[in-house]
Design a protein around this ligand. Structure first.
Ligand SMILES: *[C@@H]1O[C@H](CO)[C@@H](O)[C@H](O)[C@H]1NC(C)=O
Ligand SMILES: *[C@@H]1O[C@H](CO)[C@@H](O)[C@H](O)[C@H]1NC(C)=O
Ligand SMILES: *[C@@H]1O[C@H](CO)[C@@H](O)[C@H](O)[C@H]1NC(C)=O
Length: 251
């Protein structure tokens, strides 16, 4: 390759790099924070900086397998949100459809709250005795329990559930053998944090596909849900064929 060829190649590579280089985590979160601000008026510009600071102090400089849910306490308090009583929607194994449904029908999922919106789909971790932030090479959900991403979702889920008020909803998957799975975040974190002095009822929307035979009455796992909820809140369950989710008429 000639000298000019080399220079041209390097030049092209740098140019390509500039266009293809993914946004840093900070830029992504900042953009989302500003988008949220534009659409909802909250939080304020200054808060986006503050949110970023309390987010990073939870995991930067720490062993990525040693970030417990409590590390996000300060972040949770920084991004306090007024709960949407009677419109809160939990979910398990229905990720593909629940958010669109919630948006269309004015329910609020955790991913629709400011915190969930800021960090949904992102990966992050730090390293002991380092100020660096990584978005690759981080422990996966199952590598270690106290990893930064899993702990964040557990802490945020706990706070979201603890604030649930009025009539709440959960969209479960009627195609699963165990729609209420004890290992799910819903069962292991959220149900445990419901506060029966502010929540009146939980309605299960059991989403089925054509051919699914599950009913609210026949499913054993839902009996466990009723037991876990205790007697201080009302439990209801409705089978909802997936095609019916095109409309908002479920209640
Ligand atoms: C229920 O789970 C199955 C298997 O994981 C999945 O293919 C299907 O899309 C899920 N249904 C809904 C409504 O999300
Ligand atoms: C829950 O997780 C444990 C450990 O990964 C596994 O052995 C068990 O089968 C799971 N239970 C259900 C009901 O999926
Ligand atoms: C449940 O809600 C009540 C009323 O807001 C509150 O006083 C109480 O501290 C909450 N309980 C828990 C465990 O957070």
């Amino acid at each position: 390759m000639s000298e000019y060829g080399l220079i041209a190649t390097v030049f092209l590579a740098v140019l390509l790099g500039l266009f293809l280089w993914p946004d840093s985590l900070q830029e992504k979160v900042k953009k989302r924070c500003e988008t949220y601000l534009e659409n909802h008026g909250l939080p304020s510009q200054k808060d986006c900086e503050k949110i970023w600071d309390s987010f990073t102090q939870a995991f930067v400089g720490k062993d990525p397998c040693d970030v417990p849910p409590g590390a996000y306490d300060s972040l949770i308090h920084t991004v306090f949100q007024e709960p949407a009583c009677n419109r809160m929607m939990f979910w398990s194994k229905t990720k593909e459809i629940v958010h669109e449904f919630a948006k269309k029908c004015s329910y609020v999922t955790l991913e629709g709250t400011p915190l969930g919106f800021l960090l949904n789909g992102l990966t992050w971790c730090g390293k002991k005795e380092s100020q660096e932030i990584f978005t690759t090479g981080c422990p996966s959900w199952s590598d270690c329990v106290n990893n930064p991403v899993r702990s964040f979702w557990n802490r945020a889920s706990a706070a979201f559930a603890a604030s649930a008020c009025g009539d709440a909803f959960v969209m479960l998957n009627g195609s699963m053998s165990m729609p209420y799975n004890p290992n799910s975040t819903f069962a292991s974190v959220e149900v445990k944090h419901f506060n029966s002095s502010i929540i009146n009822s939980l309605t299960v929307l059991l989403v089925t596909k054509e051919g699914d035979k599950k009913t609210c009455e026949s499913d054993e796992s839902l009996k466990n849900l009723q037991t876990d909820l205790g007697s201080n809140m009302k439990y209801q369950c409705k089978v909802v064929p997936q095609s019916q989710l095109q409309t908002c008429i479920v209640d």
